[in-house]
Every structure is written in structure tokens, then in C-alpha cells.
Write a protein that binds this ligand. Structure first.
Ligand SMILES: [Zn+2]
Length: 273
């Protein structure tokens, strides 16, 4: 599933290529491509010019000069791809956005992703994104506040890292990697961790996501690619995620995989306490 570094890679690619383009008439090709909360059909974007591309956590939005924003969540396998109008139609294309000079497609094999169109003035966060907490890349992210909120919880630390209302952008891969770097067992109750430990965890989570962003993200299941169809390279730098049974790079103990919070959790039993 695309997490902050992957979604930011997509945002950078979109910002580079689509700003200034004008929407022709978008076409919804699969009903699940559109979020039921969309205020208007995708065709309402026709004639609007793209002014900027934004992200918070794993949510993207494309702002237009018509005070309409196209919001998107990539879900498990959503992709934005740029193509020439004469190119063949991808079999998992869910929404087609013909633009002035080329086509933008929303492709999604597993159909957990969606787009939505609604009112938003420039500089305003669209309604569908406003309940999402700031992510660590946001200039207004306040680590001390987030540390307090995390430590106020009696839930396990991994569950909190995944809670997009407390801190956004972190998913299963970067939660496991951050906890390994911080040497914290994923099932530790958050309130039992010292403020210093939680602060260090947030800083390591930010660092690992920045390193992943620098190489275009992690294309673990081959469903994530950037707007030009290229994979990211961070998979080769993962320390625990997807490495069950292999030696821990720090202590050589075996990496365990357990089912936890409805997902796979990878960690080292020996050095994550
Ligand atoms: Zn270890």
C-alpha cells in the first residue's frame, strides 16, 4: 500500500507535469473509482485549470482555479499515470482525465482507491482530508504535541503509528521499519514509553520516510509506481519488513512475522524491547 514516501513521489511527479493543464471532460469508467461522498461528478472538472498539487498523509488533492479540488486516495494499488491520448487503455483504468496536452489516468487494480470532486478554495484543505492529522513532513507538524497524544494512549504503539487521526502518512511498512530502528517492540503500550523514546521514534520515522522518498519509495508488491510507471528502490533498504526468518541486520536474531492489528508485523524479538 502506498505510504507517505510513495504518495509524495506521485505528488512531485504530478506537480511537475500537470500544473497549468486544463481538464477536458473526465470519464468515470468504474463506479468504485468515485468516492460516494463526491459532491459532484468528475465531469464537473471540465474547463477547470490545475493550479497546484497537494498532499497530507496519504491523501492527494489537485487544486483548480474554479474552486474545485480533485481529492484522491490510492488505497492498496491506486496509480496516477500520464499517457498520450493515442496510447492503449490500461485494463485497470478507473477514471480518465483528458487534459490540454495529454491524458491523466487513475488506475487501480484492487479498487480500494478513489477520487472525489468537491468545493475547495486555494489554500483550503478539502473536507475529505480535514480529519487527517498532520504528517511529519508538514511544516506545521508539532512533534512535542504528537508525543503527548501518543503517550496519552493505552493502545499498542504500532496501532497508534497507523492511526491517521494522530499522525498521518505512516503505514505498515514504515511503522515496522521505524519501530525496528527505535528498538521498540510493536506491541508495547504507548503510555509505558518515555517521552524521549517516543520523540526519537517520530524522528526515526521521519528519517526513514525521507530516505525512501529520495529513491522514489518502496515498490514492494509491484503495484506502486510513479506517474511515469517507474518503480521505487527503497525495498532493498528495508531492515525487517518482508524479511521473516532472515537475520536481523543489528543482532543477527531471526526476524519474526506476527499477525497484529489485522496486518503482518515484522520485528526482531531479540533487540526490540
Ligand atoms: Zn535484532
Amino acid at each position: 500500500m502506498p505510504e507517505l514516501p510513495e504518495v509524495e513521489t506521485v505528488r512531485l511527479g504530478l506537480a511537475k507535469s500537470i500544473v497549468g493543464q486544463v481538464f477536458k471532460v473526465p470519464r468515470l469508467l468504474h463506479p468504485r473509482g468515485l468516492n460516494p461522498k463526491s459532491e459532484v461528478p468528475v465531469a464537473a472538472l471540465a474547463g477547470a485549470q490545475i493550479s497546484s498539487v497537494h498532499r497530507r498523509g496519504k491523501f492527494l488533492w489537485i487544486q483548480t482555479n474554479e474552486q474545485l479540488a480533485l481529492v484522491a486516495h490510492l488505497g492498496m494499488s491506486g496509480q496516477f499515470r500520464i499517457s498520450q491520448p493515442e496510447a492503449h487503455i490500461h485494463k485497470h483504468l478507473r477514471v480518465l482525465f483528458p487534459l490540454s496536452d495529454f491524458h491523466l489516468g487513475f488506475i487501480d487494480q484492487r479498487t480500494f482507491g478513489w477520487v472525489s470532486v468537491g468545493q475547495a478554495h486555494g489554500g483550503q484543505v478539502p473536507d475529505l482530508v480535514s480529519h487527517i492529522a498532520l504528517d511529519p513532513f508538514d511544516p506545521n507538524f508539532a512533534p512535542k504535541e504528537v508525543v503527548k497524544r501518543i503517550r496519552a494512549s493505552n493502545r499498542e504503539i504500532k496501532k497508534i503509528l497507523l492511526d491517521q487521526a494522530i499522525i498521518s502518512g505512516i503505514g505498515n511498512i514504515y511503522a515496522d521499519e521505524s519501530l525496528w530502528l527505535a528498538q521498540i517492540n510493536p506491541q508495547t503500550i504507548a503510555s509505558a514509553l518515555s517521552p524521549k523514546k517516543v520523540e526519537r521514534l517520530l524522528s526515526l520515522a521521519t528519517q526513514v520516510m525521507a530516505s525512501a522518498l529520495a529513491v522514489g519509495g518502496t515498490s514492494f508488491d509491484e503495484l506502486y509506481v510513479n506517474v511515469n510507471g517507474e518503480s521505487g528502490y527503497f525495498e532493498r533498504s528495508l531492515n525487517v519488513y518482508g524479511r521473516e526468518g532472515q537475520p536481523c541486520p543489528r543482532c543477527s536474531g531471526p526476524i519474526s512475522r506476527i499477525a497484529f492489528a489485522n496486518r503482518s508485523t515484522h520485528y526482531c524479538f531479540s533487540c526490540q524491547k
